[in-house]
Each structure stands twice: as C-alpha cells, then as structure tokens.
Design a protein around this ligand. Structure first.
Ligand code: SAM
Length: 289
C-alpha cells in the first residue's frame, strides 16, 4: 500500500491504545493491528515507528488535535460497545458472524475465542484481505473457523456471494457487523447491500455505524476540521452519506432493517469522546408470513 488508509489509522490507534489499556482484548487486537501494519509497506512502517517512539507519539497526538480531536478515544469507545453487543448477540443465539469491511480489526478472533461453535466470515477489499491473511500467518494464528473473503461491497451481489462461500450457512442465526464501513458506500449501493442481506439472512442481527451530518450538513464528525474531508477524498475514502438520529430509522427501514437501539453519545458514565458517528443495532426484516 502506498498511502495511509483509514484502516491503517485504526490499526495505529489500536496499537497506541494498548499502551495504556490493560484489557487483554485490547492487547490481542493491538497484536493483530501491529502485524497488519508491518505488511502495509512504508506508510504502515512509518505509523508503527511513530507509535513506538515517544517523539512520534507526541507528533501523532498533535496531528490528532489538528485534524480530529478525540478520534482515537472514539474508536476505543465504539469498539468496547461493539464487543459487548456482539457477545450479547452470541449469547442470544448467533452462531455465525459476518463482518463487512473488517479492515485490520480483531473482533472475529475475539468472538471465536469466546464462543465455541461460532464461525466468522469477513468480507473486505482484496488488498486488505491479503495483508490480514499474511499477518495472521505471521502471528501463527490458524483458525479454521475464520474465513476471509475478498469482495467489493459497492458492487458485489451479496445474495449470490454468500451462499457460495464454503461453510457459510444462510439458515444459521447470524450477526452482521459493519463498523466504520457503510458511510463509504453511495446511498443506492447501501440500499442494495442491506436489502440483499435481508433477503439472504432474514432475521439476522446487525451492529453497524453511520455518520451524522456535521457542519453544513456534510457527513462527518462534529469536531472535524475542514481538511479532514479533503484528506479522506485524497485517500479515496470520502464519507458518502449521513443521517440525523431521527431519520436513521427511516433510512434503515427502506433497506429492510429495523433499528432497535442507538448507543447514547452523551451517556453520563462513558460519553463518546468524538461524536458524529452513530453506533446502532437492528435486525434484518423477516419475510411476511
Ligand atoms: C475505516 S476502516 C474500518 C475497519 C474496521 N471495520 C474497523 O472499524 O476497525 C473501513 C474499512 O472498510 C473497507 N471498505 C470500504 N469500502 C469497501 C468496499 N466497497 N468493499 C469492501 N470493503 C470496503 C476498507 O477497506 C477498510 O478496511
């Protein structure tokens, strides 16, 4: 990879977080993130070098303040909740996990370690899948219950893809996780993807995130500086849609998803350090009887 991507930034944030967070899940996630960054060529090596040195960390903190204050802590905030909600969904019977745009994240491994009999499937862009496969190999992780599938979610016909994946069983109770990915799809692509999932996996659970409108109604975080939008565009990862809290349910309903809950960014005990991205859970519609 020849430039820094959002998945690399998340991986660097995961490595950085593990320096101050003693949660074993955070440490495991950081080990995978580190191995992935090592496979990301010069941009990955530079990010790792910065995270591993005091001066580099000062520079990263300054860049965060300059671009988007609190974003590293926001990632940790949303990942804590996603781990908790996903564990709960598995406790409620999910036997299959489908992670869309998984990047270099270790949620699948976290759940596979804790839920006997669970199978996990990740759908990601080919270049990212190749790096993650190599990283898992390098870490000595041989997990036969994890499958990485290369596909572009903006064009793939998900109804055709899923039944053809070895060991994927559309009849199994399934949890779909789409963390930090749906905002990169054009609205018609989003609708096609979610409706395709609803047709293939009726009744499956969904944990996902979506952007809220920031200044001037454009998708983004509340404290995002104007140059973040330009950086995302140059990186080829612009946010393509946003929704207000009140309108999110209608957008999802049009795509055959029933919204059940939205994480409260103002939760007194643990507020979102960088608001502007909704974390929500829902269920794919069941066909009418
Ligand atoms: C911001 S990263 C989030 C990674 C991970 N879900 C996390 O939160 O740690 C966005 C990820 O979505 C993936 N992605 C974006 N558009 C995609 C598409 N059209 N098809 C497949 N993956 C996509 C990117 O490759 C990237 O890994």
């Amino acid at each position: 990879m020849d430039r820094v991507s959002t998945s690399m930034l998340l991986a660097a944030a995961a490595v950085r977080q593990a320096r101050s967070d003693s949660d074993p899940a955070v440490a495991r996630n950081a080990a995978l993130a580190r191995a992935c960054l090592q496979g990301c060529g010069r941009p990955g090596a530079r990010l790792l070098c910065a995270v591993d040195h005091a001066l580099g960390r000062v520079l990263l903190a300054a860049l965060e303040t300059l671009y988007l204050p609190g974003i590293g802590a926001h990632y940790a905030w949303r990942k804590r909740r996603i781990r908790r909600w996903a564990l709960q969904a598995c406790g409620d019977g999910a036997r299959q996990l489908l992670v869309l745009g998984a990047g270099f994240d270790g949620l699948s491994l976290f759940l596979l370690e804790r839920i006997p009999g669970l199978r996990a499937f990740e759908i990601e862009r080919e270049s990212t899948v190749a790096i993650k496969r190599e990283a898992l190999c390098w870490l000595g992780v041989r997990e036969p219950r994890l499958s990485l599938i290369a596909a572009d979610l903006s064009v793939v016909a998900i109804e055709a893809l899923l039944p053809g994946i070895p060991r994927f069983d559309p009849r199994q109770p399934t949890l779909v996780v789409a963390e930090g990915v749906l905002m990169y799809l054009e609205p018609p692509e989003l609708q096609r993807l979610l409706r395709g999932l609803a047709r293939t996996l009726p009744g499956a659970g969904l944990i996902a995130t979506a952007m809220a409108p920031a200044a001037a109604g454009t998708p983004g975080f509340a404290r995002q500086r104007p140059w973040v939008r330009r950086w995302l565009k140059r990186a080829g990862e612009p946010f393509r849609w946003a929704q207000t809290r009140d309108a999110l349910a209608a957008t999802l309903a049009a795509a055959s998803v029933r919204l059940e809950r939205i994480a409260d960014p103002d939760e007194a005990a643990d507020p979102d350090p960088c608001p502007g991205e909704w974390l929500f859970a829902g269920e794919f519609a069941r066909p009418p009887r």
